[in-house]
Design a protein around this ligand. Structure first.
Ligand SMILES: O=C(O)CCC(=O)C(=O)O
Ligand SMILES: [Fe+2]
Length: 342
């Protein structure tokens, strides 16, 4: 298969985008708990799975983060902000497999998402936050765009509790059901032509998110803060508007692992494709997959610091002694798809 040939084996649209989703969930073979979480995602736009791992395990993971950080402090320290704040890490799970296991061993989360995707769930990318994000309300979909669309979930596993003092997730409950904007019109207004839209653009991002939040406000949708305990997990619908509340006490940390999931093999695109919904693009990824604990984890060559400074570090540049290791196998996407779907 060529890189990304037009695979059409997905459930289209994915179950969470179908009108009959709740009926399908209630008539499924899912466990009672998985049914409840799947129904929450479809009706409210999110669900909270408590106690996915123990608080002790959370402390172990944070301990490994500190160990890893200290071993590489000379590499990472120049990227701290003036206030000494560490930017979020992108794909830290590639360097720290103990994080990958928060996905591969997350049984209930995987049961729910395997069902809604209609395919085995894979780990695409992740963000590790040492502190609350304070991000304004947004949908993630402009940067996690698939063909067919909306084959994506956002997830956070809280390694520390989250509340008003250290900043928590705030969702616009029901905002996932607010209809899609005219994405072509927004892109043409900003760039003159759909061909001129770059993969990533902050102004177009703001245009889209402003439109979404305005529509939610017009409908009187409520902002709901999600207070979490260490070991709790949240899953949000691809179209749910969410953000991070203001941090009241900036001395406080909020270690949390955010991870982005998709059905195994899905090719992920960004804004240039999101704002062009009627144009077909290859559906299958051309990149490689790691098979870990019987799950596909998209292969990335290293980790990076995300916004505002983007700086990548290859795995070979990093000191990773004393970290938990996992067995993994590197395979092509068609092979991962074949092996995990059978
Ligand atoms: O956890 C938060 O504060 C928000 C995270 C978020 O929106 C994201 O990473 O997509
Ligand atoms: Fe987000």
């Amino acid at each position: 298969m060529d890189g990304g040939g037009n695979y059409t084996g997905w459930v289209n649209p994915p179950i969470h985008m179908q009108d009959s989703a709740v009926e399908q969930i209630l008539h499924s073979n899912l466990s009672e708990a998985a049914m409840r979480h799947a129904a929450n995602i479809v009706t409210l736009g999110y669900t909270v799975i408590p106690n996915v791992v123990t608080p002790e395990h959370c402390r172990t993971v944070i301990g490994e983060f500190h160990k890893f950080y200290l071993q590489n402090a000379e590499t990472f320290n120049p990227h701290r902000s003036n206030r000494g704040i560490l930017p979020r890490f992108t794909n830290l799970h590639i360097a720290m497999p103990i994080l990958t296991k928060l996905f591969t061993q997350n049984k209930l989360l995987l049961e729910v998402q395997d069902f809604l995707f209609g395919r085995p769930t894979s780990l695409y990318t992740s963000l590790y936050y040492e502190r609350g994000s304070e991000q304004p309300a947004h949908r993630d979909t402009p940067v996690f765009c698939t063909r067919p669309e909306y084959n994506y979930f956002g997830n956070t596993l809280y390694l520390e509790g989250a509340g008003d003092d250290n900043g928590c997730l705030e969702v616009l409950a029901g905002g996932h059901l607010v209809g899609e904007l005219d994405r072509e019109a927004l892109a043409v207004a900003r760039f003159g032509s759909l061909d001129a839209v770059p993969q990533l653009d902050n102004d177009l991002w703001d245009d889209y998110q402003r439109g979404v939040v305005e529509r939610c406000a017009k409908r009187g949708l409520q902002r709901v803060k999600l207070y979490m305990n260490p070991g709790d997990c949240v899953i949000w619908h691809p179209q749910l508007p969410h953000g991070g509340t203001k941090i009241r006490d900036v001395s406080l940390t909020r270690h949390s692992f955010v991870f982005h999931t998709a059905p195994v093999g899905a090719r992920m695109y960004h804004q240039n494709v999101f704002h062009r919904p009627s144009k077909p693009y290859p559906e299958m990824a051309e990149w490689k997959q790691l098979i870990i604990d019987g799950r596909a984890v998209v292969h990335h060559p290293g980790i990076s610091f995300g916004q505002p400074v983007h700086h990548g570090f290859k795995l070979e540049e990093l000191n990773r002694t004393w970290l938990t290791e996992v067995e993994s196998e590197l395979v092509s996407t068609p092979e991962a798809l074949q092996r995990l779907s059978s």
